[in-house]
Design a protein around this ligand. Structure first.
Ligand code: GDP
Ligand code: MG
Length: 596
């Protein structure tokens, strides 16, 4: 294909502003998806994406469009909007010349609108501002067109108005894409260079690698090479998604398509890597982008210990398709054999867990999530801790915790409430800007541990749903952190330990000892529950003793009844774990540890 008639673009927006719906209309209007095959959020292929109405994986589709009698070839890349999946967005942007910045005409600019706009600007993309959902009665197109024009520096009249739902304005938008976005540029005679922007494991076809060709061309049946590892692969198939995979005679400058090489693991076909020809390799690779880095760690354990091998296989399979997922085996005195798994954020954790349970028929317990701490001992040794039970017992010189820079957008009525919340989470105000008369952007630097868990929910409730949040990693910082241990009858239970800020240690101790007192049944003897920092006890509860004798109730007599009762008690014992002399039901561990 002649690069002059190619336009590569992506749609970026805050979550729920209508990217996937607009993509649907484009597929329909251009005839790539037949009316009868059309379903909402067509490109959201995973069950879980469809049920939750969110996009997790980016998708690339080739669509034809004609302007003034000239046929053009557009490559559209739909992207996820949630902050956990920003890394997916950044890969997609690198494959495009332009971006449609979509804003809900009833909501206005939100935190991910800004975050995505900045990403697009960093990638030097041409930006087409578009207001969506203008069919809504609550839409305020004039107001938000002015806000948007003000943000990217243009005229409000130039902001396009569309409805992904009714299709209004979508044809004009496609025309605008052809007119405004530059055609891709590259050297067709140079050695081939193509950038990998996504890599997906498919049960039937193996790893499918999505690429954007920058220079030269890739043709079927040639040998290719991954430039980072110099690993050579046979090219089994090459083609474009339109939107079903369609083999082609090759991919040239500016084209977006897929490769199948027969590798088994997405890590061998790494996102950000450059593909070149084996026989005429390029000298320099294209600048890659950073690997996704796990931010949140949680233990995943099968409820039924015999499911451990199933969980191991399931994680291995999921990892083939999710380069951001990392895990290693872990054992817990309380929960048995499991894995410590690293995630991009809580949504990523939730989705991974749900996929494991659903696609592999597992019942799992996930332990309270943790961030990664860097602990320096007095002998200068450095330990990275993602699990409180690994917290070093030696003399500690310094603990560093990961920080984020967060951007919060909200109507200005809520500024006070937002600042109060951020301050209580050890935040440092970075700055504040008015995007319009009544909408403020507030920037804070905060510890990651303070925002990944419940921060967003609290922000939502404090701003009556109007606040939006975006954050990105921003180095680390020394912090006054301590490990709180929980002891049953003087016996430390690793699984209940937590790393907290010193100011919050006491409330954790009180909360956990209280919870355990409720959860652990009374025993034949008294059981003290203590929370401690080192040797210092900071909270204490007591479970009073009980004389529990099941046989006492049946005054001699019926022997079979006695036997039944004994059997029943034995059954109950199986699901008990011993901590020293204390019997703790499995359920108590689960209730106390589970993140829900
Ligand atoms: P995404 O998260 O940006 O991909 O957003 P979706 O495309 O999944 O849309 C989010 C919600 O907004 C869905 O319930 C859509 O039906 C709805 N929606 C999207 N576009 C429009 C529109 O133009 N008009 C109206 N009224 N609703 C829309
Ligand atoms: Mg979507």
């Amino acid at each position: 294909t002649d690069p002059a008639i190619i336009r590569n673009f992506c749609i970026i927006a805050h979550i729920d502003h209508g990217k996937s719906t607009l993509a649907d209309r484009m597929l329909q209007l251009t005839g790539v998806v037949q009316q009868r095959d059309m379903k909402a959020q067509y490109l959201d292929r995973m069950d879980i994406e469809r049920e939750r109405g969110i996009t997790i994986k980016s998708q690339a589709v080739r669509i034809p469009w004609e302007v003034d009698g000239q046929a053009y070839c557009l490559n559209m890349i739909d992207t996820p909007g949630h902050v956990d999946f920003t890394y997916e967005v950044s890969r997609s942007l690198a494959a495009c010349e332009g971006a449609i910045l979509l804003v809900d005409a009833a909501q206005g600019i939100e935190a991910q609108t800004l975050a995505n706009l900045y990403l697009a600007m960093e990638n030097n993309l041409t930006i087409i501002p578009v207001l969506n959902k203008i069919d809504l009665p609550a839409a305020q197109p004039e107001k938000y067109a002015a806000e948007l024009a003000n943000l990217i520096g243009g005229k409000p009249e130039d902001v396009l108005m569309v409805s992904g739902k009714t299709g209004v304005g979508v044809e004009a938008l496609l025309d605008q894409i052809v007119h405004e976005l530059p055609a891709p540029q590259g050297d067709p005679d140079a050695p081939a260079r193509a950038m990998i922007f996504d890599s997906v494991y498919d049960t039937y076809r193996g790893v499918v690698t999505y690429v954007r060709v920058v220079d030269g061309q890739l043709t079927p049946r040639e040998k290719i090479q991954m430039m980072s590892t110099r690993a050579a692969h046979e090219l089994l198939e090459i083609g474009v998604s339109s939107p079903e995979p369609t083999p082609s005679k090759g991919l040239g400058v500016g084209e977006v398509g897929y490769l199948i090489t027969g590798v088994k693991d997405v890590r061998q076909s790494k996102v950000g890597d450059t593909v070149t020809g084996l026989h005429k390799p390029a000298k320099e690779s294209l600048g890659g982008y950073e690997d996704a880095k796990p931010m949140v760690f949680s233990g995943l354990y099968p409820l039924d210990g015999t499911d451990y091998p199933v969980l191991r296989d399931a994680l291995e399979k999921l990892m083939l398709n999710d380069a951001a997922l990392v895990y290693e085996p872990e054992t817990s005195a309380a929960l048995g054999f499991g894995f410590r798994v690293g995630f991009l954020g809580l949504l990523h954790l939730e989705i991974t867990r749900e996929r494991l349970e659903r696609e592999y028929n597992l019942d799992l317990i996930s332990t309270a999530p943790n961030v990664e701490y860097e602990v320096t001992l007095e002998d200068k040794k450095i330990v990275h801790v993602t699990n409180p039970s690994e917290y070093p017992t030696g003399k500690i010189a310094e603990v560093r915790e990961p920080m984020v820079s967060a951007t919060i957008l909200a109507p200005n009525d809520f500024v006070g409430a937002i600042m109060e919340l951020c301050q209580s989470r050890r935040g440092i105000l970075g700055g504040m800007d008015y995007l319009s008369e009544d909408r403020v952007e507030i920037r804070y630097r905060l510890p990651l541990a303070e925002i990944v868990f419940d921060f967003f929910d609290i922000l939502k409730s404090k701003t009556r749903g109007y606040g939006s949040l975006d954050w990105k990693a921003d180095g680390d910082q020394v912090a006054d952190l301590v490990k709180v241990d929980i002891m049953l009858q003087g016996e430390q239970v690793d699984a209940f330990s937590a790393i907290t800020h010193r100011d919050k240690a006491y409330s954790y101790g009180v909360m956990m000892t209280g919870k355990l007192r409720e959860l652990i049944p009374r025993q034949q003897f008294e059981v003290p529950i203590q929370a401690a920092i080192g040797a210092r006890i900071i909270a204490r509860e007591n479970i009073r003793a009980i004389r529990k004798d099941v046989l006492a109730k049946c005054y001699g007599g019926d022997i079979t009844r006695k036997r039944k009762l004994l059997e029943k008690q034995k059954e109950g014992k199986k699901r008990m774990k011993m901590v020293g002399r204390v019997e703790v039901p499995q359920e108590a561990f689960i209730a106390a540890l589970s993140s829900e």
